[in-house]
Design a protein around this ligand. Structure first.
Ligand code: ATP
Ligand code: MG
Ligand code: FE
Length: 332
């Protein structure tokens, strides 16, 4: 069984083929055009998806050594994401389904980020807790089964990836700034500057306050020294990153305590962050948790994770018909 999976929820056009449950490739075209605008421009993203989707799919089929006629089902990201971006993937899938008379599988992008853990070993046993940290979401998810997940905590405002990106933007770094903050933080002292955590009850998060705190802190420092950012970039980045990680780890500890589940996974783009990965690893050593950290290529948006999710849905006979539509706020 070959399933072709498409991801187009934001600014990555991606395709992957999964053959009998094994992800055989993971093709991604990233859109650099948003860099100069300091964030993803939805109109442009949609247009670039339209340009990229056929070449990306063609490459995925080629690398899998199959023809379009060998594809048994087509999967796509239904949401959450940008409407104009999602529509490109949904429309492509509908066209292919109609032309080849093959079934369609809809995938929830946030579930797929978590199911990326089942692409390669080691695979977590159920149940486990997943901290999903990305550009649009920050969630603590209780994962009971492949397709049975419950959100037990989430952000009240900005996502943590957004906090990274906005902090970077304030400092004049290009989009997406998260990876750059990670890079500079490696050379900096995380104790020199710190930003107070939000006091949010339970397992929920808030990241809008820290963004404002960073903005005011830098504005005040720049008044005294216009070169403050340039001279202290590494330390500032290390301080911002450490403050964000502390907020994540604090809630993760609470989630483990509350559920009694000590199998813990990371998912989403921010799980590529080296500071977060090592914070989780050392906490796990102290507490005896079992941890699962995705390979870098499956942290940020990709179609391998969509393909993996689609495989479980294929086995569960969960197909959709041509009346399906993109859902920017899709829940699970
Ligand atoms: P969502 O999955 O919520 O719809 P998205 O798909 O845009 O959002 P992802 O592609 O999963 O998000 O992740 C992108 C985010 O990850 C960006 O905010 C980016 O800055 C952040 N990110 C990627 N690498 C790192 C890193 N090393 N350190 C910190 N943040 C990072
Ligand atoms: Mg992206
Ligand atoms: Fe994503």
């Amino acid at each position: 069984i070959h399933i072709l999976a498409i991801e187009s929820s934001c600014d990555e056009t991606a395709a992957s083929v999964i053959s009998d449950g094994k992800v055989v490739n993971n093709i991604i075209a990233t859109q650099d055009i948003h860099e100069k605008y300091g964030g993803v421009v939805p109109e442009l993203a949609s247009r670039v998806h339209q340009q990229n989707i056929v070449p990306v799919v063609t490459e995925a089929l080629k690398q899998a050594n199959i023809n379009i006629s060998d594809v048994n089902a087509v999967a796509f990201t239904r949401g959450p994401g940008l409407l104009g971006s999602l529509l490109v993937g949904v429309s492509f899938a509908k066209g292919l389904s109609l032309a080849r008379n093959i079934p369609m599988i809809e995938v929830n992008h946030m579930q797929a980020h978590i199911l990326a853990h089942f692409i390669d070993d080691p695979k977590p046993e159920f149940p486990f807790i997943c901290l999903t940290v990305s550009g649009g979401h920050t969630q603590l998810v209780l994962v009971r089964e492949f397709l049975d997940m419950e959100i037990i905590g989430q952000t009240k405002d900005d996502a943590v990836g957004e906090a990274f990106d906005k902090a970077a933007k304030i400092m004049g770094l290009p989009y997406p700034g998260g990876p750059l903050i990670d890079k500079y933080a490696k050379e900096g002292d995380p104790e020199k500057y710190s930003f107070p955590p939000a006091e949010i009850p339970g397992l929920d998060f808030s990241f809008s306050g820290i963004k404002t705190a960073i903005l005011y802190f830098l504005r005040d420092e720049l008044k005294g020294n216009p070169e403050f950012i340039n001279e202290n970039l590494n330390d500032i980045c290390a301080g911002i990153q450490q403050s964000l990680i502390n907020m994540l780890m604090d809630k993760l500890r609470k989630a483990v305590k509350q559920t009694g589940i000590n199998r813990v996974a990371l998912a989403g783009g921010v799980s590529a962050n080296s500071g977060l990965r090592s914070a989780l690893t050392s906490e796990a050593e102290r507490k005896g948790w079992q941890t699962f950290i995705p390979a870098f290529e499956y942290c940020t948006d990709n179609a391998g994770m969509i393909a993996m999710a689609a495989w479980y849905k294929y086995q569960a006979n969960e197909f959709v018909d041509l009346s399906v539509s993109a859902e920017p706020r899709l829940k699970f």
